[in-house]
Ligand binder design. Structure first.
Ligand code: BDR
Ligand code: CA
Length: 326
């Protein structure tokens, strides 16, 4: 099988970690590298976290590059309240000693993009991509496509009524990417990710599998579950980032429409995604905005790829209405 080449640009992060796990358990994808941006935690912590997850997966062969540690113009605001002091749900996994992360994510991205067959799946603020554009616009435009988790169209925000976290942290980065990339961009925003909830029932099923990866997932999501309950009375946790990976693997999981998209970069509505549904700007669409998701299909992909031995149990539980999952 011809694998599709990707760079995962992220800020791990609990759900970023789940996304990395899903990607590395999916044989359709060849992960050329993981590039790190500040977001959920400072970039240096995020890079250490990526290594910790790679070690759990026995994939320390995949390079991790640290990128931009400050947004384009705003001062960095991190999300330890959501992801824990260590960014991995206060699991405090030991630091990886065998390998270290490298510096220079933007140069790595530019080098890789020269081959013209690389998709970037961006799961954090868009600072690294914006910096790549600033450094070498022509090479950055060799990107096959950009699939990003971020933004909110009809859904309310998670940092303010109108702003989603990744867009809110670096709105100027988003603005630059939407204006200048001129490649296919798909926005996997809160409209679709909010429908992907890892409920306590799923978490209990994962625990029952009694596998090391299951233990890891239970451990890192506990803090996230508590946060969701305290913040918005959601039972379980919304796992945003893995949906971007799942959609890249199987675009039939989501649907949406192409729009011209812009962002608010200052004031009360900073970070708000402006989706020009009414065609007020008379601009050409620059983004496919996803609005519908088959959340059961997503969950099936997520769980069966990470726990293939338990495929039968997973499908039977997913289809059993007594668990209230469908
Ligand atoms: C996004 O923000 C971060 O907290 C998550 O990792 C995800 O990328 C959701 O708004
Ligand atoms: Ca993220």
């Amino acid at each position: 099988m011809d694998k599709r080449k990707v760079i995962i640009d992220c800020d791990p992060g609990i759900d970023d970690s789940l996304a990395i796990i899903l990607a590395l358990k999916s044989e359709e994808i060849d992960v050329k590298g993981i590039t790190i941006v500040s977001g959920n935690v400072h970039g240096k912590k995020g890079a250490e976290n990526a290594l910790k997850i790679l070690k759990e997966l026995n994939r320390l062969d995949i390079p991790v590059y640290l990128g931009e540690c400050e947004p384009m113009e705003r001062k960095l605001i991190t999300a330890e309240d959501t992801h824990g002091r260590d960014g991995l749900g206060e699991s405090f996994l030991p630091r990886v000693e065998e390998v270290t992360y490298k510096e220079g994510a933007v140069n790595f991205i530019l080098d890789e993009l020269k081959s013209e067959d690389i998709t970037i799946i961006a799961l954090g603020p868009l600072t690294n991509i914006a910096k790549a554009l600033e450094k070498d616009c022509e090479v950055t435009r060799k990107m096959k496509e950009l699939v990003l988790m971020g933004g909110a169209f009809k859904s309310f925000g998670n940092c303010s009524q109108v702003a989603e976290f990744n867009f809110w942290v670096d709105p100027h980065g988003v603005e630059k990417v939407f204006k200048e990339l001129k490649r296919k961009i798909t926005m996997v925003g809160l409209d679709v990710t909010r429908q992907c909830v890892l409920t306590p029932n799923y978490i209990e099923m994962i625990r029952q599998f009694n596998e090391p990866l299951g233990e890891l997932i239970v451990k890192i999501t506990k803090f996230y579950v508590d946060f969701h309950w305290n913040q918005e009375r959601t039972l379980g946790c919304v796992i945003n980032d893995p949906l971007a990976i799942a959609y890249f693997i199987n675009p039939e999981l989501c649907s949406g429409k192409e729009y011209f998209v812009d962002i608010v970069t200052e004031g009360k509505a900073i970070g708000m995604t402006l989706v020009d549904e009414g065609d007020f700007y008379r601009e050409k669409p620059n983004c496919l905005v996803l609005t519908e998701v088959n959340s059961k299909g997503f969950m099936e992909m997520f769980l069966t790829r990470i726990f293939p031995k338990h495929k039968e149990d997973i499908i039977s539980i997913l289809n059993n209405s007594k668990y209230g999952l469908n």
